[in-house]
Design a protein around this ligand. Sequence first.
Ligand SMILES: Cc1cc2nc3c(=O)[nH]c(=O)nc-3n(C[C@H](O)[C@H](O)[C@H](O)COP(=O)(O)O)c2cc1C
Length: 216
Amino acid sequence: MSNIQFSTDDQKVLESIMQHRRDVRGNRFIDQDVADEAIEQLLLAALHAPSVGFSQPWEFVLVRDSETKAQIAASFNEENDKAIAQFQDAKQKEYVRLKLEGIREAPVNIAVFYKPSLGPVLGQTSMEEVGRYSVVCAVQNMWLMARAMNIGMGWVSILDPQKVKTILGAPERNELIAYLCVGYVDEFLPRPELEILQWEKRKALQSVVYTEAYDK
Ligand SMILES: Cc1cc2nc3c(=O)[nH]c(=O)nc-3n(C[C@H](O)[C@H](O)[C@H](O)COP(=O)(O)O)c2cc1C
């Protein structure tokens, strides 16, 4: 069982899940609850992510309460107003039309925290940031598992992390890595919404790959 070999069909399923995973925002979530068992399945997927030195430096806060969501959404609104000011002219007009979160529309929000280790961690002694990268691996596992369960997930990063920590009563040394909105959707878009809306294009492979070194 441990040396399980996957088939070409399995690879195609994984590829399909990866290609059809979408960031889901409030314009897509429907009014349908997500059962605790399904949320647990997502969290178990997170727990199988790789982590530096097997440190598993993640903690999760599940939020269903509408008052808590309203407080988080207020932080989004404040931060988004600051974001709008960073774009100019036509780009700013485009930006204000984007829906960039689904905090209140999603039945479940999941805040994902990095809990730094108190002592040295195997593998994390030169690059301190790899602890945070481990938490991002856990988020990606959840995102793919959610898509495999036909559940939408959106990552909201336009937030004041300190305010989110205060709202959720997080320990001071924990760091907010991701704020996720989870729920069923009316549809999964075929391509990233930001691509459909012509905000960005997907990069071609040859534009990001160098052979042997950058300057060759
Ligand atoms: C670290 C990270 C932060 C993100 N933050 C936001 C966000 O604050 N608001 C938002 O609408 N989308 C956010 N996204 C989603 C991206 O916009 C999305 O992944 C990208 O447009 C590609 O679309 P897709 O995920 O549907 O393929 C974030 C994604 C990542 C990986």
